[in-house]
Write a protein that binds this ligand. Structure first.
Ligand SMILES: O=C(O)CCC(=O)C(=O)O
Ligand SMILES: [Fe+2]
Length: 264
């Protein structure tokens, strides 16, 4: 069994994966330095920064942010759920300081989601070799997060559950044993399907939470009618240019990201 088989199995079963050491310490430090140079919102007031679609968001803050778009450690994993043709749908950063409260558990598909087109209990239907659940998030952790600290939390396996989230878990996720905060040291990438019931745990650590979220979807889907704009000053690789394309039918009107000529 190759590593990729193992990762595919775990991603399918859990609905999320943590890829540790995806970034070196030097790369994490460089991204943090670039963020230090920005006017990030005062942590405590809002936890988001650099969102797009609203121009290019934090992608305009330096080439290292652009380089993460198609990082070689994450592309094969994104392919598990999104296939060969997918696009960048939106991005934002999150910063949290000690004492900031949690966000509500949610899922964008299935029984808990407010999505009229999804049948009750159907989260990740796989028919005719097409994936109907099409959103995957890559969260780059620029500071340590995990149990005792906070950050991303989820109910592993919930992307396949058949019932709505029970009220007692919704109201008190920190008391529910099924809700976990995965250990994700700085330099890790957390990948999760938006079908997973997930949220933000309160931040308890002394250090700041800093995460960059890149949200991808199958090429024929879109969250909003607006698009993330490619940053003006960056030279995008041909593969990165594809990620900024408008939604279109995979293969017919939207090229594969995995042609040999496009590999980084
Ligand atoms: O990382 C987190 O705090 C959760 C973010 C979230 O809910 C999302 O990306 O949909
Ligand atoms: Fe979410």
């Amino acid at each position: 069994m190759t590593d990729l088989n193992l990762l595919q199995y775990l991603f399918d079963v859990q609905g999320y994966l943590v890829v540790e050491n995806a970034l070196s310490r030097a790369e994490v430090a460089q991204l943090n330095r670039l963020l230090d140079g920005q006017q990030l919102p005062e942590p405590g007031h809002t936890q988001r920064f650099g969102s797009a679609p609203d121009g290019s968001g934090f992608l305009a803050w330096g080439q290292p942010f652009v380089n993460l778009l198609d990082h070689p450690r994450i592309m094969p994993i994104l392919r598990f759920r999104l296939g060969d043709c997918f696009r960048l749908d939106r991005i934002y950063g999150m910063c949290m300081s000690q004492g900031m409260g949690r966000g509500r558990l949610h899922a964008d598909y299935g029984a808990t989601a407010n999505n009229a087109r999804t049948q009750q209990g159907e989260y990740v239907p796989f028919r005719d070799d097409q994936i109907y659940n099409g959103f995957v998030v890559v969260t780059w952790c620029l500071s340590d997060s995990g149990p005792g600290m906070g950050g991303f939390c989820c109910i592993p396996g919930s992307h396949k559950s058949n019932y709505k989230l029970p009220q007692q878990i919704d109201e008190a996720p920190d008391e529910a044993a099924c809700v976990i905060i995965p250990e994700a040291p700085a330099g890790s990438a957390i990948l999760f399907t938006e079908a997973l019931t997930h949220g933000t745990a309160a931040w308890q650590a002394v250090h700041q939470r800093r995460s960059l979220l890149y949200k991808y979807c199958v090429s024929h889907m879109a969250w909003t009618s607006r698009r993330v704009q490619p940053p003006a000053d960056s030279a995008l690789t041909p593969r990165q240019q594809i990620l900024f394309r408008d939604p279109a039918d995979p293969h017919t009107h939207f090229p594969s990201l995995f042609e040999e000529s496009l590999a980084a």
